[in-house]
Design a protein around this ligand. Sequence first.
Ligand code: NAP
Length: 280
Amino acid sequence: MAQIIDGKKISQEIKDELREKVASLKEEGKEAALAVIQVGNDPASGVYVGNKKKACAYIGIRSLSYELPEETTEEELLALIEKLNGDASVNGILVQLPLPSHIDEDKVIRTISPKKDVDGFHPENVGKLVIGEPGFVSCTPAGIIQLLKRSGIEIAGKNCVVIGRSNIVGKPMALLMLRENATVTIAHSRTQDLKEVCKRADILIVAIGKPRFITADYVKEGAVVIDVGIHRNENNKLCGDVAYDEVMPHTSAITPVPGGVGPMTIAMLMNNCVESMLMY
Ligand code: NAP
């Protein structure tokens, strides 16, 4: 019987641990604050930003909200970030992506102080991950490590295949699995014989961005399968990159969608905010 990895429960555990930590820090007079910046009124971004603020309120992190109009210039946004970089009471700065097309996202990411880069996207933090120094790590991959560890899944020495090489999921995921001593393969759209590559995986992490792409014939019997994808199917129901119902019986453990990886991202963002206060 496959173990269904409960991301909702594990993310709640993490949020409760953080809530306790934040309460005891408050007794020492220390308060964490996260600045959340949204440019324009994309409805999906609005939902993500709302969820982040809700999580802050639950844990006891002060959230500062900046809802800027669509026509905000790059200069105005960069000036706000610089101001927040210099504000000692702000521990984390989050700019909700995507940004309107007239703003250079890379420039925005590089302008956030690496010490306040709670998303873990700044090249300095990415570099630290590569060389094994402490720093902020992209929240979704960091959350997957927590899911595996807190579900009692051994990583060291296992063959891990990560499908996807994006800067926010695939690449940091592969580096984190390497840090945990897995033998790591990264697959992407130019990989040959993807099925054969995937079938070698003891732990298969799928961040391909294609609904129900991974079917049972990609999965080794008894593998652990982590599904990062989030999509809406034709009935407006959420589904992942993995054909869950057909793959699940062949796994030893699997994350569902929804309720697997998804809830972990915000929990790890909150963790990074608290870490930011303790580290710097
Ligand atoms: P992305 O930037 O679109 O990257 C997709 C990756 O998959 C690329 O590296 C691409 O290869 C590879 N790929 C595409 N088609 C392939 C194929 N046929 N065979 C092998 N590899 C293929 O996506 P992302 O931002 O990493 O996100 C991936 C998924 O995770 C999306 O569904 C996204 O919505 C979801 N997501 C979820 C969370 C969460 O909190 N749960 C967070 C972030 C993302 P190339 O590099 O060669 O193009």
